[in-house]
Write a protein that binds this ligand. Structure first.
Ligand SMILES: NC(=O)c1ccc[n+]([C@@H]2O[C@H](COP(=O)([O-])OP(=O)(O)OC[C@H]3O[C@@H](n4cnc5c(N)ncnc54)[C@H](OP(=O)(O)O)[C@@H]3O)[C@@H](O)[C@H]2O)c1
Length: 289
């Protein structure tokens, strides 16, 4: 396994704020070692006011690409030359490819969501689904659902109703999709909406380490047998929400597979190579617990 670098080492990175809890350096550096690639992935904690100069610095230093995470996924767009069709429609970028100074933005979260939900495509099509949250991850989820899964209706439930409404307007304007209904999180009526949904996707950060005991709701009866419940949170691997859903007989999906799938797509864009996904998934399971 390679553990030295050369003058030709391919540099990749991450721009975010904060980035302390990111698993990306682990994923890409272990992948490079397993594939014996001369590649180094470095995380950079960049506050919003420094984003423009950080992008310039990445280009000057010859970084071949980088990931973008909270809070830069939308603001990075104005520093790029082009966007992939998906990044343009989702309105957020999580991966940048530097093609000799031509910076192209991609959204590989969409790919991750698609891969994770694909086995359930026939079950979800034509039925109602619920997306909990209305941030960047919700945008990727709603886009993916509209484009690949064609549910009868998408319910978006969020703490801040305005944000859910603006997502609804966004997808109407961008994709002429009119089957979105929005709700504020707390009233009990939303329990019924969730109960009647074939698929429930949590895109909020509620339940994430270290606040593992926080919950969006505490009544397990919102879930039932026959439902599919996908929580994008990957630390802990089994969140309180997933435990509750599993207890009621729902099929549950944790955030780890999406994390690995979206990373695999970014890796392919940068290197043209396949990320050793099963090995990385297992390595993460050991690393996170
Ligand atoms: N598995 C993966 O590969 C993957 C990929 C992307 C993201 N994620 C995860 O998805 C989560 C969200 O990421 P994001 O980029 O969408 O973040 P974001 O844009 O900041 O959105 C956060 C969302 O969580 C809601 N929220 C936060 N704290 C809350 C609370 N105490 N009560 C109720 N709602 C709350 C926010 O509601 P308001 O609008 O009311 O603030 C908003 O809807 C994170 O945990 C992230 O790690 C996972």
């Amino acid at each position: 396994m390679r553990n030295t670098f050369s003058n030709d080492t391919r540099l990749l990175g991450l721009l975010g704020h904060p980035i302390r809890h990111s698993y990306s350096p682990f994923i890409y550096n272990i992948s490079a070692q397993l594939l014996n690639l001369d590649l180094l992935y470095l995380p950079f904690d960049i506050p919003p006011s420094d984003l423009k100069s950080a992008v310039r610095g990445m280009v000057t230093l010859g970084f071949k690409g980088w990931n973008v995470t909270i809070p830069h996924k939308e603001t990075i767009k104005k520093h790029l030359s082009n966007l992939s069709e998906e990044a343009a429609l989702v309105g957020a970028v999580n991966t940048v490819v530097n093609d000799v100074g031509n910076l192209v933005g991609y959204n590989t979260d969409v790919h991750g969501i698609h891969e994770v939900l694909l086995p359930f495509k026939d079950e979800v099509g034509g039925l109602e689904v619920t997306v909990l949250g209305a941030g960047g991850a919700a945008r990727a989820a709603v886009y993916s659902l509209i484009k690949y899964f064609r549910p009868a209706k998408i319910h978006i439930i969020n703490r801040t109703e305005q944000r859910a409404d603006s997502l609804k307007d966004y997808f109407y304007n961008k994709m002429r999709y009119s089957e979105i209904k929005t709700y504020i999180l707390f009233p009990p009526e939303v329990h019924e909406v969730i109960s009647n949904s074939k698929l429930v996707v949590n895109t909020t950060s509620v339940g994430m380490f270290p606040e593992v005991d926080s919950q969006l709701f505490y009544d397990p009866k919102v879930f039932n047998r026959g439902q599919i419940v996908f929580d994008m949170v990957y630390n802990p691997i089994e969140t309180g929400l997933l435990k509750m859903a599993k207890g009621e007989g729902a099929v549950t999906i944790n955030g780890l597979r999406m994390l690995v799938s979206q990373a695999a797509k970014s890796f392919e864009l940068w290197t043209g190579q396949e990320l050793p996904a099963p090995a990385i998934h297992d390595a993460l399971l050991n690393y996170i617990k």
